[in-house]
Every structure is written in structure tokens, then in C-alpha cells.
Design a protein around this ligand. Sequence first.
Ligand code: BTN
Length: 252
Amino acid sequence: MSTLFIGQNKVFLPETLSTNSYAIELLKKVNAIEGTVVYTYKQTQGKGQRGNGWIAEPQRNTTLSLILKPGFLNSKNIFYLSKITALALYDVLTEILNDSQFDIKIKWPNDILVNSKKIAGVLIENSILNEVVQWSVIGVGINVNQKDFGGINIATSLNLLSGKEYDLELIMELLFDHFEKWFLRLMKSDLKLIDDTYLKLLFKLDELSEFEQNNTRFKAKVVGVDESGLLVLEMENKSQKSFDIKDVQFIF
Ligand code: BTN
């Protein structure tokens, strides 16, 4: 293992409701150090984005939360945490699925898709005081050895893609390496590299796609993500509009 601080302090839980909730409790109770990872192979009430759950078959998937204290980050730049997490996951999956048949993309804001199916999700919870990020809990779920998603045809796993079984610990270590690399770039304010790489990997960039807002579907083109993390769409009348994750859903 070659990281300086990410994953140097590990908390393994044989079973827990949510690694994110446990990590937040740790921060509040014992002020856990930066880089601490909380992980389990049996998460029973995993939290997802938009108030959804995250279901992961026990012993077959990676479910972890990283504790960060990015005091250098102004809250207006908080979306960079989403970007670097997605980029780290992209690098992990690219290293494992090293084959051109696999098209790996970042679906705004930070889902990872392989061949248009979701393989990993991210839920980031933060504490912000006077515009400074006090702490962040980066929750990551990766579908690893799970073969059956109960008919959910938009999900996939490493095993379904490659037919191989993976060591969950090794995947976690790979994520620590790649996450730390991107986090150090963020610390050095290498924002252009982060922005350019993220944009290049965006799912359906410059393609006409379908979206839903308030139960109404519309077609638009993804043209970028603005500095506060809003998705910028070019509408059919060629005007540009920015959307929050709460307001718009990708139909794919
Ligand atoms: C999503 O795509 O909706 C986000 C899913 C995030 C799931 C991970 S699993 C580990 C961590 N603990 C949680 O309760 N959620 C995140």
C-alpha cells in the first residue's frame, strides 16, 4: 500500500446500517483523523442519492466511507470532491477492466457507468462552517462480485462484465491509491486537470439525451457542468440552462 494518509486508519465493521452514518458518528464522537476509512461487507440500510437507498448483497461488494477534512476547500468549490471521487473510481475501473470492450463513463454528478450500466455510486455528506469545509464523508459503493440485481437491468458489476471474482480488499486499496492521487491534485489546486478530465469522461457529452423534470420529459444536450456542479444543458431551442440534481433526472 502506497498512500500517505488515505486508508491508513481503517475501521472494519462486520455489519452496519450505513458506513456514511457510522463515519459521521465517529467524527462527532471521537473526531476521527483525516483519511480514516470505515468499511463493511454487510451494509443493511445503505444510503443513496436523492434520499434513495443503496442495496448491496452482503460479502460481494465494496461499501466504504472515507473521512476527509479539506479545510483548504472553500464551500463554493465543494463539487470538486464529487469530481475527484468520480475520477478515482474511473481510474480504478480502468485499471481492472483493462479492455477496449468496456466503455467507462461518469454520469453526472458522480455515478460510474460501464457500457451504460451503473457499477458504482457515490454519496458525499459534508459539514460546512463559514464557507469552509470542516469535514466530508465520501461514501462509495462498487458492485464487485454480485451477479444478480433482481431484474434491475441498469446495474452491473465487475463480475458480470469480466466473469472474474475479485478480492474486495484489493479493490479498496486501489481506490485509496487513486483517490489520494486526485485529492493531492485538488490540494495543489490543479483544477484545470480535474475539470478537463471530468468533462472528457462525462456520459453523453454533446449528445442529445432524454431528461425528466417535474414528471415532464424533454430532450437536451449535456454541454458541461458549471463551477457549482450544476449540469449545463443545451435545450432544443439552443438556449443553455443549469440544473440541480434535485430537479432533473437523466433517462437512459
Ligand atoms: C447513489 O448512487 O445513489 C449513491 C450510493 C452510495 C452508496 C455508498 S455505500 C457506502 C456508503 N454508505 C452509505 O450508506 N452509502 C454510501
